[in-house]
Design a protein around this ligand. Structure first.
Ligand SMILES: C[S@@+](CC[C@H](N)C(=O)[O-])C[C@H]1O[C@@H](n2cnc3c(N)ncnc32)[C@H](O)[C@@H]1O
Length: 267
C-alpha cells in the first residue's frame, strides 16, 4: 500500500460516511481508476471528480526555477484511454458519482463549478508544476474543512534535495502563509518526498470530536502501513526508486551524464 493509497483510505477513516474526492491531474487514470474501484467496492457514499486538460501540462509560471524540468504538453493522454479503463469497471462518467472536468484549470476551475461541489474529504494533487498548483489551491480553498486529507504526488523528489524550490512545494510555500485561519499538519512524508497532510483548522472549525483526533489519525495511518508489513518511513515506492537508482548506476556513462545535466540546468 503506497502513501497515496493510505492517504485515500485515511480520508475515509476520518469521514466514514464518505464525501467528495478531488483529483487534479488524471492522465491515463492510474489513481483515478484506483479510487473509482475502491469507491465501488467499499465507499459507496463517496464520489470522485477528476480534472484534466487531456492535453498535458500548460506552460509553467515564469520566473520559477524549473520550467526546463517539465515541458508544455507533457503527459498529454487522450481521454478515451481513461474512458475505456472506466468502462471495464462499469463506470460511465457523467454528473453523478464519477465526474470528469475537461480543460486547463485556468478555464475550468470556475466559481459556478465550485458551487456544485460539497463535502470534500480527499484531494489528490498530481499536477507537477507551480502554476497549476496555485490555480487548484485557489479553487479548493473555500471547500476545505477540518479533516480533509491532501495528498501531494510531486512535492519534491530526492534529487532536488539541495536544489532551489520548484513546482508543488514552491506553490504551497507561497500560498499557505497567505491563508489566514487555515492550518494543516503533515501526516506522512516518504523518501521520494510524496506527502499527505490533513487540514486541522479552518477559521473557527477545529479538528476535534466528532472527528478523530490527530493522534488517532496518525495511529490509524501507521496501522494501515503495518497491515501490509510496511512502515511509514520505508515505502515500497522508495524500494522501487532504489532499485532504479542501482540499475542506472550500472549503465556506463550514466553518472557523468547526470552530472553534466545537473550542471547545465543549474546555469
Ligand atoms: C503526472 S500526470 C497525473 C498522473 C495521474 N494522477 C496518474 O495516476 O497517472 C499530471 C496531469 O496533470 C494535468 N495537468 C497539469 N496541469 C494542468 C492544468 N493546469 N490544467 C489541466 N490539467 C493539468 C496533465 O494534463 C497531466 O495529465
Amino acid at each position: 500500500m503506497s502513501l497515496f493509497h493510505r492517504a485515500f483510505h485515511l480520508a475515509h477513516y476520518i469521514f466514514p460516511v464518505g464525501g467528495t474526492c478531488l483529483e487534479f491531474g488524471v492522465f491515463k487514470g492510474g489513481t483515478y481508476g484506483y479510487q473509482a474501484q475502491q469507491i465501488l467496492e467499499k465507499y459507496s457514499g463517496s464520489s470522485l471528480i477528476g480534472f484534466d486538460s487531456w492535453q498535458g501540462l500548460p506552460d509553467e509560471s515564469s520566473e520559477v526555477w524549473a520550467p526546463q524540468r517539465h515541458s508544455p504538453g507533457e503527459f498529454a493522454a487522450p481521454k478515451t484511454e481513461l474512458l475505456s479503463k472506466l468502462a471495464c469497471l462499469g463506470i460511465e462518467p457523467g454528473d453523478g458519482q464519477f465526474r470528469l472536468v475537461d480543460g486547463f484549470f485556468s478555464d475550468s476551475l470556475t466559481d459556478e463549478l465550485r458551487q456544485t461541489i460539497h463535502d470534500v474529504v480527499f484531494i489528490n494533487v498530481d499536477v507537477d508544476i507551480h502554476r497549476s498548483t496555485i490555480e487548484l489551491l485557489n479553487f479548493v480553498r473555500p471547500l476545505l474543512r477540518p479533516g480533509v486529507v491532501i495528498y501531494w504526488d510531486d512535492w519534491k523528489d530526492p534529487k532536488d534535495e539541495a536544489a532551489e524550490p520548484w513546482g508543488e512545494h514552491l506553490a504551497w510555500s507561497e500560498w499557505y502563509p497567505k491563508q489566514e485561519g487555515l492550518e494543516v499538519e503533515t501526516i506522512e512524508v516518504n523518501p521520494i518526498n510524496q506527502r499527505s497532510m490533513i487540514v486541522t483548522r479552518v477559521g473557527d472549525m477545529q479538528l476535534s470530536s466528532p472527528l478523530p483526533s490527530l493522534w488517532e489519525i496518525r495511529y490509524h495511518a501507521n496501522q494501515l502501513a503495518e497491515a501490509k508489513q510496511e512502515y511509514v518511513d520505508s515505502d515500497s515506492d522508495y524500494q522501487q526508486f532504489l532499485k532504479l537508482k542501482g540499475i542506472l548506476r550500472r549503465i556506463p556513462l550514466a553518472k557523468p551524464m547526470a552530472r553534466m545535466l545537473r550542471a547545465v540546468t543549474k546555469r
